[in-house]
Ligand binder design. Structure first.
Ligand code: SF4
Ligand code: SF4
Ligand code: FES
Length: 327
């Protein structure tokens, strides 16, 4: 079958701006987007640059955006990529997002791997090493098995909305890796790891957009790992930060009044005048756009909402939190 590709080309040392180039190639019915790109490179344009190795979604090399969504080129069938396109519309292929382009579809992974290294992705056991090996019962590893499937492809990082605006964010892949070690029964560095990921640029920078969960080719579910890290970090007492305060204030204002009270969430999340002043422009914008009403209508069911919170706390075994009736 003939495949019509529109590929984003960019050579930073030569081009001022990225530009699109079109290719038409013949490939078998079962071909992947990577197969089509390789055919274009081998038969028509040897300057087309891309990265790949296994062609079997194992090595994690071929991250790219196909029709605007991050994926592995070798796991994305041409037939699938065509499904949502109008007749005659080309398949658009662009480099991964949130990573600098080296050339065309090849991106620089140095920052990506730097963040993975920063979470110390190796076991840190306590005490003397065992005589032969660490023995772990199978059931103890069941929870970490999914996260161990990560192939460090970067699809999640490419799609992460938070990284687009905050490049210092550790990102979904590194945080899922951090979770994997906090859950490993052989590792004894939990507190150190939880403290590290609670710092600015860590777990509290995720916006729960689900994009990383949707695009991960190995079902690692990074966002769920991040939420679990948050729970564990708060349980371990790492609550003196804006993220933990925001999370608590979010729940508290709903428990108190039935509403998410943005004004009080903001004031309770931040510490001190300098922080309040720093966020004042955001607050003003939210106020002017009606996103932060100064007063919410009193909800008739607020009492029941407080009862739901109290019941949930009793069930979770958390120490009870008093929720006074709100405004
Ligand atoms: S859920 Fe969080 S980590 Fe995942 S893509 Fe969205 S912002 Fe990034
Ligand atoms: S978590 Fe998933 S998408 Fe992210 S690097 Fe690992 S395998 Fe790739
Ligand atoms: S080439 Fe190895 S994952 Fe695509």
């Amino acid at each position: 079958m003939e495949v019509h590709l529109r590929v984003q080309r960019f050579h930073p040392q030569v081009d001022a701006e990225p530009h699109w180039q079109e290719y038409r190639v013949e490939v078998p019915e079962h071909a992947t987007v990577l197969d089509a790109l390789l055919a274009a490179r081998d038969e028509q344009d040897e300057t087309l640059t891309l990265r790949c190795s296994c062609r079997s979604h194992i090595c994690g090399s071929c991250v790219m955006k196909v029709n605007g969504t991050s994926c592995l080129g070798c796991k994305t069938k041409v037939s699938h990529a065509r499904k949502r396109l109008a007749a005659g519309e080309p398949i658009r292929v662009a480099p991964a997002g949130n990573l600098p382009v080296v050339k065309d579809l090849a991106v620089d992974l140095e920052v990506f791997f730097g963040k993975v290294k920063a979470i110390e992705p190796y076991l840190q056991p306590d005490g003397p090493p065992p005589e032969r090996e660490y023995l772990v019962p199978n059931e103890a590893m069941l929870t970490v098995r999914e996260a161990m499937a990560c192939i460090l492809c970067g699809c999640c990082v490419s799609e992460c909305n938070s990284l687009e605006v905050e490049p210092r964010f550790l990102g979904p892949a590194a945080l899922a890796k951090a979770w994997r070690f906090t859950e490993d029964p052989r590792d004894a560095a939990d507190r150190h790891r939880l403290e590290f990921v609670s710092a600015p640029g860590g777990i509290w920078d995720c916006t729960h957009c689900f994009a990383c969960v949707e695009v991960c080719p190995k079902d690692v579910k990074p966002m769920e790992r991040i939420l679990e890290l948050r729970r564990r970090a708060m349980e371990a007492g790492f609550t003196d930060n804006n993220g933990a305060r925001h999370s608590q204030a979010f729940a508290d204002t709903i428990a108190e009044s039935g509403w998410l009270d943005e004004t009080r969430v903001l004031s309770r999340s931040l510490r001190g005048l300098p922080e309040l002043l720093e966020w004042a422009p955001v607050g003003m914008r939210a106020l002017l756009r009606g996103k932060m009403p100064l007063r919410h209508r009193r909800l008739s069911g607020a009492k029941q909402i407080r009862a739901i919170f109290a019941a949930a706390q009793r069930r979770s075994g958390e120490p009870p939190r008093e929720h006074a009736p709100g405004r």
